[in-house]
Design a protein around this ligand. Sequence first.
Ligand SMILES: [Zn+2]
Length: 446
Amino acid sequence: MPVTAYYAEHAWTGEAVASGVVIEVDGERVAGVRAGVAAPPPGAQVLRGLTLPGLANAHSHAFHRALRGFAQRGSGTFWTWRDSMYDVAGRLDPDSYLELARAVYAEMALAGVTCVGEFHYLHHAPGGRPYADPNAMGEALIEAAAQAGIRITLLDTCYLAAGFGRPPERPQLRFSDGDADAWAARAAALKERGHARIGAAIHSVRAVPAGQIEPVARWAAERAAPLHAHLSEQPAENEACLAAHGCTPTRLLADRGALGPRTSAVHATHLTGEDISLLGGSATTICMCPTTERDLADGIGPAAELARAGSPISLGSDSHAVVDLLEEARAVELDERLRTRRRGHWSAAALLRAATRDGHASLGWPEAGRIEAGALADLTTVALDSVRTAGPPAALGAETAVFAATAADVRHVVVGGRPVVRDGVHLLVPDAPAALARTISGLISP
Ligand SMILES: [Zn+2]
């Protein structure tokens, strides 16, 4: 028996925009969807604008948000940016990480994100000493997501080395469990709950020695859990892998059983033709993070080629230079246009699919990311009457949302049938900007 109903002025069904859409909700799930209803039924909550399935932010490091602005000073490289990031990592503890991540996830909710994939490697106290609860940092992230009203897949990350054949160096001691077996034992103690699922991650082939990749992949396979890995973000990683193993990072992951439909390769920027065949042929998802790849001058990954080869695409805000999944979505097409000097590689519909259905699937929530009976009732409504989005007819709502709207146009967010953002206001974290300012000022010295 449906207990709640929403009335979407317009809604994206996955292929087209429907109008006058009643979305009945029973508990956490959609009980029924009816389009073409002239007026809201009594008691229904009206969602004015274009309602999309909730957005999945498939790649996040919550604490990188503290570097916003600071990372934009001067020039620097990926590697100097990484030194600043290690400084912030060095100052966090479970209490301050809970406070920071709650504010970051509130920012995500305000941007229409209903599920985050948190690629989490800041496991231990300074020097590498485990906390009394060895998962205290991961638990802080799970709690932060609950307090901000969104879902989380905690991608507990194995991080064991500073580079090929090099033990972890000072800042990385907090990341390392010593070996993959110790990582697996700690990660196995994490428990799933209503809003939280657990996955695994191999930080990169730089940070996980070749012989330790298989145990992580096996851990994920035994649980049918998502497995994520940073892949070929920088040419230097490829060169070091070739020198150490005589093959590309993609080939190394493939040979160690780490590719496949439950795997997401994050970035996949600098690939060979064989890499593209291995990733596409194994249906490995590619998580594109264009605003971060842009910010760190990584390059433009071959997303269109990967998709043609068989890889689903997901999107992540990664370092949170900005938190705006609509910007990530359009960047996939617009970057490809700049690279090829041709238009029309991705339709708005295909990019929305990456931001919703395929992103959720990559995080182990296949029942989210669609507006249909039985799906999780996670909804994001984008205003079609803002100064950025007014003008086009509602039938072009997908094109308008992807190519013109920003996170600031997200008006309402519903997670599991429950309103989390209403009229642009977070209902659980009422002043997210103040929360971000307070927590970040305590972590970073200008
Ligand atoms: Zn990352």
